[in-house]
Design a protein around this ligand. Structure first.
Ligand code: PRP
Ligand code: URA
Length: 209
């Protein structure tokens, strides 16, 4: 079984506390999602392998460490996952980006795919699937199914807020996927929104409601 890691860093907790507030508008919401994504990226890349290399400083030759030839990809689940991409790329600028378009039916809450485009060599890359919200888990499970079908071996899922129900579903469906969570909330309500949550992440990022 892979790891589930819930963020403990005070900066992340503080910023998540801010984006939950009803009165925070799109501009600030987007900015904080970006900052939280950067901080979570720092945690989620903690185990990337390093290699020793020899370099020359202005003073002498020395050995330093650099990330060992890892090919990475960030895959947002549209729309809300897009809000996490810039923060991730700020930390790992050489990563490629794939996109999965997915929306949740308002009545059945089932995910529907409408777009799928991956980097050509996706099967050679370590993939970070990003989506601010893990509610029922349907969207994350479906997205990871699609990426695995394309041959991806190493997948990490990152979300800012998760419901226990969705976490269980995702862990059961994909026990090999490491999961990084900003905050684990209490439950889902009858409309399958996360409680206390932050509302509809896509609408809050893009100002569509
Ligand atoms: C939201 C969110 C996740 C999904 C989570 O997207 O960004 O993708 O719901 O719910 P689930 O775990 O129950 O599947 P939504 O379908 O609202 O689309 P949007 O990002 O375009 O607003
Ligand atoms: N999608 C969201 O954006 N918010 C929720 O609380 C659940 C699903």
């Amino acid at each position: 079984m892979a790891n589930t890691i819930i963020m403990e860093h005070p900066l992340i907790k503080h910023k998540i506390g801010m984006i939950r507030r009803r009165e925070v508008g799109s501009k600030d919401f987007r900015q904080m999602i970006r900052e939280i994504s950067m901080l979570m990226c720092y945690e989620a890349t903690r185990n990337l392998p390093l290699a020793d290399i020899e370099i020359e400083t202005p003073i002498c030759r020395t050995t330093v460490q650099e990330i060992r030839g890892k090919k990475l990809a960030v895959v947002p689940i549209l729309r809300a996952g897009l809000g996490m991409v810039d923060g991730m790329l700020e930390m790992i600028p050489a990563a490629k980006v794939g996109h999965i378009g997915m929306f949740r039916d308002e009545t059945t809450h089932e995910p529907h795919e409408y777009y799928f485009k991956m980097p050509q060599d996706i099967e050679q890359r370590d993939i970070f699937v990003v989506d601010p919200m893990l509610a029922t888990g349907g969207s994350a499970v479906a997205a990871i199914n699609m990426i695995k079908k394309r041959g991806a071996q190493k997948i990490t899922f990152m979300c800012i807020i998760a419901a226990p129900e969705g976490l269980e579903v995702l862990r059961k469906a994909h026990p090999d996927v490491d999961i990084y969570i900003g905050a684990l909330d209490e439950k889902l309500n009858e409309d399958k929104y996360i409680v206390p949550g932050l509302g509809d992440a896509g609408d809050r990022i893009f100002g569509t409601k």
